[in-house]
Design a binder for this molecule. Structure first.
Ligand SMILES: C[S@@+](CC[C@H](N)C(=O)[O-])C[C@H]1O[C@@H](n2cnc3c(N)ncnc32)[C@H](O)[C@@H]1O
Ligand code: SF4
Length: 451
């Protein structure tokens, strides 16, 4: 049984590590990738292939203090209207470059708050996306929904456009915690949003909650999880609150002396985790829970669980095209990121070119290490056979590297005939083990705490 002292000695309570939604992680992107590279990579897609599409909407009516997402506050709809015009032009640029017969396996609207769009703006976007590429069979259309920013008409438009997965932000139901993180969202508001979503037959509902919030205690997180369970979400993301006020300036409003320490963060996570498990949810990777019938649970059981910029997914498409300010795309050749600032993004698109400003071209062992880290984050197991077969890795070298990891982590990871495995009680160390597989220099990047 792993002890608190061991976890501490291995660095769990001090380390700052990436969440590994990509490898290499975004701080290692460079200007080696530009709009021409992005355009070439789109042009190189196989005719008839299936891709995923992400549309980023970087606007919110309210700016919650805890939020580290790339978004800006707006009191009026005029910047949003103009931005939707830009997205439509960007979609036209994509349409002009896409080979024939490409279909969408996933469409995701994220932000920010995509539900800030008016019904008419939503309709225009849905129609334009359909013009660029139709949905593939069994496609998923998901949207991040702020329960304070949704109504029947908007939901009707999205459902008519194929919405079949809704993701709502909850964070915590406790009034006092909400006050401390600058987010006012009564249980009734969330319940009403969930009811509206369900009444329209949207088959899948995800909810995001956070551990590690100011003044959050085990009793309070228990209360929040129980309230959340009363809404029967199909999936839950239980993220560790990332306090990075040097990057997200609005987090300076959050009193750091009220934040739980690393030991308490672990206890908060464990408290919430046990409640979900007791309630029959399957644990998915490091921070998700899903009903046994949910696609993520099925993917986990059948070895098809994947990780991308949106977290865990059962989408097996190799290509994710991100449109909108700051959006990141993934191709077999590498990553491409759009200009982060809305103004710079808009200027480029309106000049008739994609807005890619940085990215990464896979080279050396990037693909191999990317897959190793993905396997670890998804399955807690790195399978040597797949790496030898698909990436030409040497089984002997892998075994040496895994043995070194075992030594470094007190023999807690297990080296067996299949490869490297993290038993359940060792899983708090997953991101630290992933970091040990990362060949890049992580000293300069401002990551969040390992727990
Ligand atoms: C891009 S936000 C969109 C949510 C939507 N606008 C809402 O407010 O409901 C998606 C999720 O990112 C997570 N998130 C935002 N800031 C975070 C932080 N500092 N640490 C961890 N997770 C964070 C929250 O759980 C949030 O629900
Ligand atoms: S949590 Fe949602 S509404 Fe709040 S600032 Fe972040 S993106 Fe905007």
């Amino acid at each position: 049984m792993i002890t608190r002292t061991q976890l501490s000695r291995l660095g769990l309570f001090d380390a700052k590590v990436p969440r590994y939604t990509s490898y290499p992680t975004a701080p290692h992107f460079s200007d080696a990738v530009d709009d021409r590279t992005f355009s070439d990579w789109i042009g190189a897609l196989a005719e008839g292939s299936r891709v995923s599409l992400y549309l980023h909407v970087p606007f919110c009516r309210r700016l919650c203090w805890f939020c580290a997402c790339r978004t800006q506050g707006t009191a009026t709809l005029s910047p949003v209207e103009s931005y939707v015009g830009t997205l439509i032009r960007e979609l036209d640029l994509l349409k002009a470059r896409l080979p024939r017969g490409v279909t969408l396996s996933r469409l995701h609207w994220g932000g920010g708050t995509p539900t800030l769009l008016t019904p008419d703006m939503m309709r225009r976007l849905i129609d334009k996306v359909a013009e660029v590429a139709p949905f593939a069979d069994h496609a998923e259309f998901s949207v991040e929904i702020d329960p304070n920013e949704i109504d029947r008409e908007r939901l009707d438009v999205m459902v008519a456009g194929g919405l079949n997965r809704a993701s709502i932000g909850v964070q915590d139901f406790d009034d006092e915690i909400q006050r401390l993180i600058g987010r006012d969202q009564g249980y009734d508001v969330t319940r009403a949003a969930v009811d509206m979503i369900r009444e329209r037959g949207v088959p899948s509902l995800n909810a995001d909650i956070l551990f590690g919030l100011p003044d959050q205690s085990r009793a309070r997180i228990t209360e929040t999880v129980q309230k959340l369970l009363s809404l029967s979400p199909d999936r839950v993301a239980l993220y560790g609150y990332a306090h990075v006020p040097w990057m997200a300036k609005r987090q300076q409003m959050i009193p750091s002396d009220k934040l739980p320490g690393p030991d308490e963060r672990l206890a908060l996570f464990e408290t919430a985790r046990s409640l979900f498990v007791w309630d029959g949810y399957c644990e998915i990777g490091i921070d998700h829970f899903a009903a046994p019938s949910d696609g993520l649970s099925v993917a986990q059981k059948t070895g098809r669980l994947r990780r991308n910029f949106q977290g865990y997914t059962d989408d097996t498409s190799e290509v994710l095209i991100g449109l909108g300010a700051s959006a990141i795309s993934r191709f077999p050749q590498g990553y491409a990121q759009n200009a982060p600032a809305t103004s710079a993004h808009t200027a480029r698109i309106r000049a008739g070119r994609f807005s890619t400003v940085r990215g990464h071209v896979f080279g050396g062992e990037d693909r191999l290490r990317s897959r190793m880290i993905e396997m670890l984050m998804c399955d807690f197991r790195i399978r040597t056979e797949e790496l030898v077969r698909d990436y030409g890795a040497s089984a002997t070298r892998l075994r040496e590297e895994f043995a070194a990891i075992c030594r470094r982590f007190d023999s807690l990871p297990v080296l067996d005939d299949e490869g490297l495995f993290l038993p359940p009680d060792v899983r708090p160390l997953t991101r630290l083990v992933a970091r040990a597989l990362d060949a890049y220099d992580l000293s300069k990047a401002g990551h969040s705490s390992a727990i």
